[in-house]
Design a protein around this ligand. Sequence first.
Ligand code: SF4
Ligand code: SF4
Length: 344
Amino acid sequence: MGDFKFAKDKLAEVVGALKDYEVFAPAAVGDVLRFKEVEDASSVSFDFKNTNVPPKELMFPETETLFKFRVGKTDIEPAVPDESKKRLVFGIRPCDAMAYTIVEKLYSWDYPDPYFEKRRESSVLFGLACSEPVPNCFCTSLGGGPGSEQGLDALMFDLGETVYVKTITDAGDTVAKAMGLEAAADAEKKAAAAQEKDALGKIKRSIDTEGIPEKLPSLYDHPFWEQFSDRCLSCGICTFLCPTCHCFDIQDEMEAFDGRRARMWDTCMFPEYTLHTSGHNPRPTRKERTRNRISHKYSYFPEKFDVIACVGCGRCINYCPVNIDILDILEKSKQAEAKEAKTA
Ligand code: SF4
Ligand code: SF4
């Protein structure tokens, strides 16, 4: 594919040239940084590390109508997204793009999900390589990296005055040309490679995932889980802000004779998540819920889909109000398993 560039002070012009696309980019909503549709191209900036809320909401909104219905009528009015609308996700970080490649395995599994799939298929992803990873990033342990291209159509490198754009797919190439970008020279390619190398050196946290998916189930009843779950507040932040968490609830909402079936994000960290109508709850305490969160990502999901459902973005560590750290849990699980194996 191609190598392009543009002057960073022309960012608004470059984004503004895309008249045929709905463009989404990071924007401050109060104190929260999240992806929003761009209304004013001059508001787009590269001056952020990563968004607080991951862009999973662009494919899987917090709340969405699946269909509408009316009492007494058998017809329903589906609300499947219009795939003919072209969307550009501009400035997505490599870990968040990689997260789409993981969750799309689920959404195309036993029942293809047209809501997720149509948004995903109509979206072109223009990534922004990380030059300053945050202290809890550990993407390199999960096969990603500050310059990872997984899931992306193009990857941009902010080189200061110039932005180097490497296109990865035909869709990325088409957008780069629609933006009117000029060809990059060897100097920009070299600067991007140097920036990626430098950023790799700034990732300080890691986990060796070898053997974790296979060994976690043997720790199902191990007391080590309580060391972490005892201080959990069941707030759900770790899952709502995780780019790979995808659990949802479905509810029917009525207003007089009109209703809608909607789905909304849910979390396995809430006690109600597994509460049966009978009153029985198979995950009654925070211990079972913490165990499920970690086991789902690092054992159940890879068992079914052959990939760990974590990209090492660090959000669950950064925003947990009581400093529960997934890397500490995984390290402790390895120690507990090694101890069990020794005494067996
Ligand atoms: S963010 Fe922390 S306190 Fe909140 S549910 Fe997750 S682990 Fe528990
Ligand atoms: S589990 Fe934590 S580190 Fe992994 S993808 Fe989710 S929020 Fe990021």
